[in-house]
Design a protein around this ligand. Structure first.
Ligand code: GTP
Length: 366
């Protein structure tokens, strides 16, 4: 399978760096000696940014895989400038991608709320669709902490609408706000979130490209991603000594603690795919079949995949949602923030006009 992973803007770049870190051996001391990725698929990565400093800070992404869009130093969270920046550099950006050959699937990772990534991503998705007729395109959109300010909220609202309007094959949602409970300080939270996203995406890629005992393939994945509202998220669970059974491990992969976006899977999910990796003796196919069937009665369509691989069972759940109450709340907050900003501007303007009114009929006296 030929996979393209694009990370656009600072957040997208950093998630891509986490992917490269993971793919080249993770945090192990040996990782720097790996010159090739550990995965069977051909995975091409490219970090795109308007801010050269964001690209410089990457540690695991090769220099040839960093593309600076010239004449800009970030777009200061301004999506208008971002879109213009993309149009002015469209051919250069797309040529850089096309030089990497043909692809079956592309993941385009970005924050929904900054300027560069959130404005480039819908346009890049559109271009990929135009240029690669058979490609599956999955945007991975990171929603902001809700207290990050009105511009970030507004950007998230408008960029999510833009990304829904271009024809992707389903959006994977990641919510910083939901995941911030993972850590006290922001830097550690970012690292942890990025690592979670990287781990899940690489698990997915690896599984789709493996000989599965029970087959799920790119076609099934696309069917899942097209379900419901065409947006969903990923869950994950890694068994340990304390895990009671395979069934409880499968159920745990759907629990809030492993999800990248808040959802009540049993209430909200439209379609799902459960992929189980583990050593042959740790996987009981009958038990897996039974628990997936049980899930199907609640969720509707559930695909299952089983990959034989050394170690305790690890489970990835992929699902799309039929309702997204948290996203609706984000829009309500964004609308309120835009209104507040407007009234603050009007008030400030009036105050200034009132101030100028004091000297309206006066001249400077020297
Ligand atoms: N999960 C995660 N979120 C991040 C990270 N870095 C930034 N963010 C979030 O991304 C949003 C800001 O978007 P950026 O990606 O920094 O913006 P950009 O696309 O580079 O655009 P400009 O800086 O405006 O040119 C905020 O909501 C941040 O919380 C990261 O490493 N991980």
């Amino acid at each position: 399978m030929n996979v393209l992973m694009l990370g656009i803007g600072q957040c997208g770049n950093r998630i891509l760096d986490a992917v490269n870190r993971e793919a080249f051996g993770g945090s192990s001391r040996l990782s720097k000696y790996y010159s090739r990725q550990k995965f069977p698929s051909r995975v091409e990565t490219l970090a795109i940014n308007t801010a050269v400093n964001d690209l410089k800070e990457l540690r695991f992404t090769a220099a040839k895989d960093r593309l600076h869009v010239p004449n800009l130093h970030g777009v200061g969270a301004n999506r208008g400038i971002g879109k213009q920046g993309f149009w002015e550099n469209r051919e250069m950006i797309m040529e850089e991608i096309e030089r990497r050959g043909d692809f079956d699937i592309a993941f385009v990772m970005t924050s929904a709320s900054g300027g560069t990534g959130s404005s480039f991503t819908p346009l890049v998705v559109h271009e990929l669709r135009e240029r690669y007729k058979k490609i599956t395109v999955i945007p991975v959109m990171v929603l902001p902490f809700r207290e990050e300010g009105s511009i970030y909220l507004q950007n998230a609202a408008f960029s999510m609408r833009d990304i829904m309007e271009v024809e992707s094959d389903g959006i994977i949602l990641v919510d910083n706000q939901y995941l911030k409970r993972l850590s006290g300080d922001i830097k550690t939270a970012y690292d942890k979130i990025n690592e979670m996203v990287a781990e899940r995406l690489l698990f997915l890629i690896e599984s789709l490209d493996s000989e599965m005992l029970s087959v799920t393939d790119l076609g099934d994945f696309k069917t899942v991603m097209k379900g419901g509202l065409g947006m969903g998220t990923l869950g994950f669970y890694e068994s340990d000594k304390k895990t009671a059974s395979l069934t409880s491990a499968i159920e745990s992969s759907l629990k809030p603690s492993g999800l990248l976006y808040p959802a009540d899977v049993y209430e909200d999910a439209a379609r799902a795919m459960i992929i189980i990796q583990g050593s042959r003796d740790s996987l009981d196919v009958d038990e897996i079949t039974k628990s997936v069937e049980k899930l199907s009665t609640k969720i509707g369509q559930v695909f299952k995949g089983i990959v034989i691989k050394k170690g305790r069972p690890k489970i990835l759940s992929v699902f799309t949602l039929g309702q997204v109450p948290d996203l609706e709340m984000l829009y309500a907050q964004a609308a309120q923030a835009i209104q507040d900003e407007k009234s603050r501007k009007t008030r400030a303007k009036k105050q200034l006009d009132d101030a100028f009114a004091y000297i309206e009929d006066l001249e400077e006296v020297y």
